[in-house]
Structures are given as structure tokens and as C-alpha cells.
Design a protein around this ligand. Structure first.
Ligand SMILES: Cc1cc2nc3c(=O)[nH]c(=O)nc-3n(C[C@H](O)[C@H](O)[C@H](O)COP(=O)(O)OP(=O)(O)OC[C@H]3O[C@@H](n4cnc5c(N)ncnc54)[C@H](O)[C@@H]3O)c2cc1C
Length: 297
């Protein structure tokens, strides 16, 4: 049995979106909402609106809905940066990797808490073949096995500003990381050299600062919109999916006649307890591994 299961988020998104073409709308930027009794109206940048009995903020770490709903809930910059990229898992590279590096997330921590994470993304069956066999209605692009590779360091040790990181091409970011990895094991530098430049981009690592329970309304939240966390525990997307499942269960009970606010309140208490616990755990991991700034006490 593998030590953990690796999922490619693009493949998962395509599977989850199947059959929802007339429900999910892309390209509309939510700018805020208005509450009127039991109705919530979401406002969009194109001037349009959408009404319902519940609004769910699932708009990630920079959530505009959270900024309006819980303006005292802050997101902090951990002062660490990641450079992320993909490496094709060619037969030559596969032969060069020790077998122990497969089916795990490999963390390599060097001096000054410089970090390299290497995660093999291997499909047990090509996704297109699996879809044809299990769910022909799911349209997937062919996908190759890769290594997801991330380099991490404190911003003040990178010697580059955020502006410089954002302006750099994938190739320039790769050169910068190779400079920082001078003297590292040749297998690690070989892997970074193989980064596909178009897949390389910088990430500012941010974390929600936990807040006490809040009075429930019909505007609720899930995932990074309320409990964004350092990726140092690999838990954020898992928590977002868990929230979504729990909220769906609560709202199904409402459809069966349970009071709405009681159902949302029950969901929010459990979600915040567990979500903020993982925020603390992930932040502590980030401090230990990368020297990230700790959460305020
Ligand atoms: C380098 C890295 C590695 C990670 N690895 C892991 C891992 O191994 N395991 C794990 O569980 N988690 C991992 N995570 C965390 C994970 O990516 C997040 O926790 C997860 O994506 C959160 O999901 P979400 O749906 O809440 O938010 P998001 O994925 O951020 O989705 C929010 C969506 O809302 C949209 N949006 C934003 N604002 C608006 C607006 N105003 N109007 C309309 N739409 C809007 C965005 O375009 C986006 O599509 C990692 C994160 C990073 C940075």
C-alpha cells in the first residue's frame, strides 16, 4: 500500500465538474454581497447578481466575502516563499531515483532551513483509460507522470524581492534556485535542472490567523477563505474538501426541514475547530522546516 495517495488537482477538478456545466459559471468576479432577511445577493464585477438563501465563501485566501463577513479575520505573510515546478518523470530519471522516494513526499532540509520538496505524481492507470472504463462522461486530457518539486526559503535569505520573483520567467527562477542550491547533492540539482520552465512560479506562503467563534448568519465560509494554512502539512485542500462535504450534509438536512441557521452554526463550529487546529499545526511545521514566522500568540 502507498504511504499516501497523490492526486493531481486538475484531474480531480475535471472529475468534480462533470455534469455541472449549467451550474458552475466561470469568469465572474464576486465583489461583495447584500443581506435582506432570508435572502443573500452576491454582487459581481460585471454588474450582475445572484440570489439565494445561503452564500458560501469558497473564494480562497484572498476572499472578498470573508473581508466583508468577518473583517477582523486576518491573513499573515509567513515571510517564506516557495518556487514550484514540474519535472517530467522520464525513464532515465525514474532509474536515477532511489525506490524509497516513490509514494511519499520527500522533504530535504539544508542549511539555513533551505527546503526542497519532491513529490512523485504517478498514475496507477492513465486517467483517460480509467475514465473510459469507469465514467465515460468524464472528459480528461492525457496526463504524464511527473515530479512536483518545490524549493522554499525565507524571503530575507532569498536575496530577491516579491516584485523580482513575480517578474522573473520560469527559466530565471530555475537559475536562481540552482544558484541557491550550489553544493547540494547532484540528484537534487539534476531534478531542479529538469524543471519545465513554463510550470515554474513563485508562491507567497500565507496563513489565516485563527479567530474565536462568530455569530452565524446565512453567509458562511469554507476552505482557504477561512482557514488558509502553510502547505507545510499538505492539508489545506483536504480540509477544504472536508468542509465542502460537511456543509453539503448540513444543507441536505435543511432541505429535509431542519432550521437553516442551526445547521450552518453546527457546521461552522466543527469546521473552525478542526480548520484552525490544522492552521496551528501547519504553521508550527512551517516554522520548524522553513523558519517561517510563527502565528501571533
Ligand atoms: C505549494 C502548495 C502546495 C500545496 N500542497 C497541498 C497538499 O499537498 N495537500 C493539500 O491538502 N493542500 C495543499 N495545498 C493547499 C491547497 O492548495 C489549498 O488549501 C486549497 O487549494 C484551498 O482550496 P479552496 O477551494 O478553499 O481555495 P482555492 O483553491 O484558492 O480556490 C478559490 C477559488 O475561488 C476563485 N476566486 C477567488 N476570488 C474570487 C472572487 N472574488 N470571485 C469569484 N471567484 C473567486 C479562485 O479563482 C479560485 O478558483 C498546497 C498549497 C500550496 C500553495
Amino acid at each position: 500500500m502507498p504511504a499516501h495517495t497523490v492526486l493531481d488537482r486538475q484531474v480531480l477538478r475535471r472529475i468534480l465538474l462533470t455534469g455541472l456545466d449549467d451550474v458552475v459559471h466561470f469568469g465572474r468576479h464576486c465583489v461583495g454581497y447584500d443581506e435582506d432577511g432570508e435572502t443573500v445577493t452576491a454582487r459581481f464585477a460585471d454588474g450582475g447578481t445572484a440570489q439565494g438563501s445561503v452564500l458560501v465563501a469558497a473564494d480562497g485566501v484572498g476572499s472578498v466575502i470573508r473581508a466583508q463577513r468577518l473583517p477582523h479575520a486576518h491573513v499573515m505573510d509567513s515571510q517564506t516563499r516557495l518556487i514550484y515546478g514540474r519535472v517530467p518523470l522520464t525513464p532515465e530519471l525514474r532509474d536515477a531515483l532511489p525506490p524509497a522516494m516513490f509514494s511519499v513526499f520527500n522533504s530535504i532540509v539544508g542549511q539555513d532551513r533551505t527546503f526542497v520538496g519532491i513529490a512523485p505524481v504517478e498514475y496507477r492507470e492513465p486517467p483517460t483509460t480509467a475514465a473510459a472504463r469507469l465514467a465515460p462522461e468524464v472528459a480528461l486530457e492525457p496526463a504524464e507522470d511527473t515530479l512536483a518539486v518545490m524549493f522554499g526559503r525565507r524571503l530575507d535569505r532569498l536575496g530577491r524581492s516579491d516584485r523580482e520573483l513575480r517578474a522573473a520567467s520560469g527559466q530565471q527562477l530555475r537559475e536562481m534556485v540552482l544558484e541557491q542550491l550550489a553544493g547540494w547533492h547532484p540528484l537534487v540539482t539534476r531534478i531542479v535542472e529538469a524543471w519545465t520552465p513554463s510550470s515554474v512560479y513563485p508562491i507567497k506562503v500565507r496563513s489565516s490567523v485563527p479567530i474565536p467563534p462568530w455569530p452565524t448568519s446565512n453567509v458562511t465560509l469554507l476552505g482557504d477563505a477561512i482557514h488558509a494554512m502553510s502547505p507545510a502539512a499538505g492539508a489545506g485542500a483536504n480540509m477544504a474538501l472536508r468542509d465542502a462535504a460537511a456543509l453539503a450534509t448540513s444543507l441536505t438536512e435543511v432541505a429535509a426541514g431542519h432550521p437553516l441557521l442551526a445547521a450552518v452554526d453546527g457546521y461552522e463550529r466543527a469546521m473552525a475547530d478542526e480548520g484552525f487546529r490544522m492552521v496551528q499545526f501547519s504553521a508550527a511545521n512551517g516554522t520548524q522546516t522553513l523558519g517561517a514566522d510563527p502565528l501571533p500568540s
